[in-house]
Ligand binder design. Structure first.
Ligand code: FE2
Length: 187
């Protein structure tokens, strides 16, 4: 793990979320803790996963909410204000099947053109796994419980509710692939 890069990412996330959105910050720290347990699986990309984990929701912070679609707002902020690398911004922009939510918002083309989905399924699945097995306040949960919680929070027929219901099978598949990969690791 490259501690300098991770520290850079953590400081940016804390500056944006720490006071403005303490729950999102607690969630982000929980997602990062999940990522910390995947070093063996990710190898040299472990730092990238942890940096994406701590920064994935940064676009929720009110001062950065330009389009109101947090993966895109967050990725643009990281690229434009912090010179973040392409793999990091593409991970943040596409975290947890953001493309499907972008579609609901009429932003699919814009997102795909500016931040194409990373051609690295393990890394993409790993971020889904870390995000979707962490509660809104940073604890551990199952992807099934997390999806139910999101539907309850936003409403089944809201934009986010429609998105998460469409994304759920993909989310569960990603989580299953990572659980299988983790279980297959030598201990
Ligand atoms: Fe998240």
């Amino acid at each position: 793990m490259d501690e300098v890069t991770l520290d850079w990412a953590r400081r940016i996330a804390e500056a944006e979320l720490g006071e403005a959105l303490p729950r999102r910050w607690a969630h982000s720290q929980g997602v990062t803790a999940r990522a910390g347990g995947m070093g063996q699986l990710l190898g040299k990309d472990a730092t990238l996963l942890a940096a994406a984990a701590v920064l994935h929701d940064v676009g929720y912070t009110p001062r950065l909410a330009i389009t109101g679609f947090h993966p895109l707002d967050g990725a643009r902020f990281l690229r434009d204000e912090h010179g973040a690398g392409e793999r990091l911004t593409r991970l943040v922009a596409n975290h947890s099947f953001a493309l499907l939510e972008a579609e609901e918002r009429g932003l699919r083309e814009e997102l795909a053109a500016e931040f194409p989905l990373l051609d690295d399924p393990l890394l993409v699945d790993a971020l889904v796994y870390c995000d979707m097995t962490t509660t809104p306040v940073g604890g551990r949960t199952t992807a099934q419980a997390r999806v139910v919680e999101i539907i309850d929070r936003y409403g089944a027929d809201s934009l986010v509710g429609r998105f998460i219901r469409r994304a759920a099978p993909e989310i569960f598949s990603s989580v299953e692939r990572i659980e299988a990969a983790l279980a297959a690791q030598p201990r």
